[in-house]
Design a protein around this ligand. Structure first.
Ligand SMILES: Nc1ncnc2c1ncn2[C@@H]1O[C@H](COP(=O)(O)OP(=O)(O)OP(=O)(O)O)[C@@H](O)[C@H]1O
Ligand SMILES: [Mg+2]
Length: 222
């Protein structure tokens, strides 16, 4: 299988707000290969989240194209995009986006349930994953009863449960203290080393960014 996972060719993205146009990405290109751990840095407002949302097929763009596994995603309908997200992408956000009405075993199992796994199998896999994240004593906890660092570990467990080829992480350590940030980063690093996947992480933490094997600094604020 090819090592190229995503190829971004000359994309541009702007937002209009009333009569103001905010140009965020201009003829931007990027190739993401298996084994890449990209750290994306840049000032606030430089377009990191915008880029990650485009890579995650959550946001659109005006010109250029993006190939996922050699397929131009502009030809994909919403169902195909949903399937691609479910089967190949894992997301981690700064605010962890966990569901407070569900315990963490259920939260982590969710991507598997959506893919048609039985409850039994999904929960077993979820517990195994939570165990590897040091959360075996917390299976029945809801996210609000966990510390910020524990919640973020659950969010990462959920992002990785379906063995994604690409993990998109938007400031995954943004809300965490120094030690917990390093810890969360280590999980992502280990995942990227053990699997033939890619991680794309936006961060303001320059010391963590320096540990990534690919670094990309984007734009300056308009
Ligand atoms: N939906 C939107 N409508 C209008 N402008 C937007 C929208 N989303 C983002 N922007 C603008 O686009 C620019 C890039 O935003 P983005 O969130 O990608 O920055 P960022 O690099 O992630 O910043 P931060 O480090 O603060 O998270 C900002 O100037 C922002 O105001
Ligand atoms: Mg952002």
């Amino acid at each position: 299988m090819s090592d190229v996972l995503i190829k971004v060719n000359n994309i541009s993205k702007s937002y209009s707000q009333g009569d103001i146009e905010i140009k965020v990405l201009s003829n931007f290109s990027l190739t993401i290969n298996r084994g890449d751990f990209f750290a994306i840095t840049g000032p606030s407002g430089s377009g990191k989240t915008t880029l990650l949302n485009i890579l995650g097929l959550i946001d659109n763009f005006e010109s250029g194209n993006i190939l996922y596994f050699n397929n131009d995603i502009s030809n994909f309908n919403e169902v195909k995009k949903d399937n691609l997200r479910l089967q190949h992408l894992g997301f981690v956000y700064q605010s962890n986006n966990l569901f407070d009405d569900f315990n963490i075993t259920e939260n982590v199992a969710l991507p598997l349930l959506l893919q048609g796994y039985s409850k039994k199998e999904a929960y077993e896999n979820s517990k195994e994953m939570l165990n590897s994240f040091g959360l075996s004593n917390r299976f029945k906890h809801t996210p609000k009863d966990l510390s910020g660092g524990e919640q973020q570990r659950v969010a990462i467990a959920r992002a990785l449960i379906n063995n994604p080829d690409i993990v998109i992480a938007d400031e995954p350590t943004g809300n965490l203290d120094h030690d917990t940030s390093n810890n969360v980063f280590d999980y992502l690093m280990k995942y990227s080393q053990n699997k033939s996947c890619a991680i794309v992480m936006a961060t303001h933490n320059l010391s963590l960014a320096s540990l990534a094997n690919k670094k990309l600094e984007i734009g300056t604020k308009n």
